[in-house]
Design a protein. Structure first.
Length: 133
């Protein structure tokens, strides 16, 4: 099925096929929250978000239901930088609420490193996302 919201609601495991071959498989939460292959990213992310990956750098922050503070506000206050939210979503998978936010990465490398250090200190899962990922 290409209807990701149906898969999220009724399945425990999922496999992504490309040209009749399994290219990615696992639990729904594993695959949907951390797609590895290009075809999985195209299926899971909205078209406009995926196409913007081709031109820009982003940080994808994953929320696993354990966050107890407003992350975006904390970044602005603690790091003294404004961040641009390109995409955000939450989903219920296996009865748990998961989510992700995709932030446009700061243009200056030192600001990007500062943001990454902050997220690591706060133990917030993230990855850099671009056309290379």
């Amino acid at each position: 099925s290409h209807q990701m919201n149906v898969i999220e609601q009724i399945c425990n495991k999922v496999a992504i096929l490309d040209h009749s071959k399994i290219v990615e498989q696992g639990t729904v939460s594993e695959v949907f929250l951390n797609p590895k292959t290009e075809i999985a990213k195209k299926l899971i992310y909205s078209n406009e978000v995926h196409s913007s990956f081709q031109k820009n750098r982003f940080l994808r922050i994953v929320f696993d239901g354990n966050a107890d503070e407003p992350i975006i506000s904390s970044i602005a206050l603690d790091c003294k930088m404004l961040v641009s939210i390109e995409y955000a979503s939450t989903k219920t998978v296996d009865g748990k609420i998961y989510g992700q936010t995709i932030l446009r990465a700061p243009k200056e490398e030192k600001d990007l490193e500062k943001l990454k250090r902050y997220l690591n200190i706060k133990k917030i899962g993230f990855e850099e996302v671009s056309d290379a990922n």
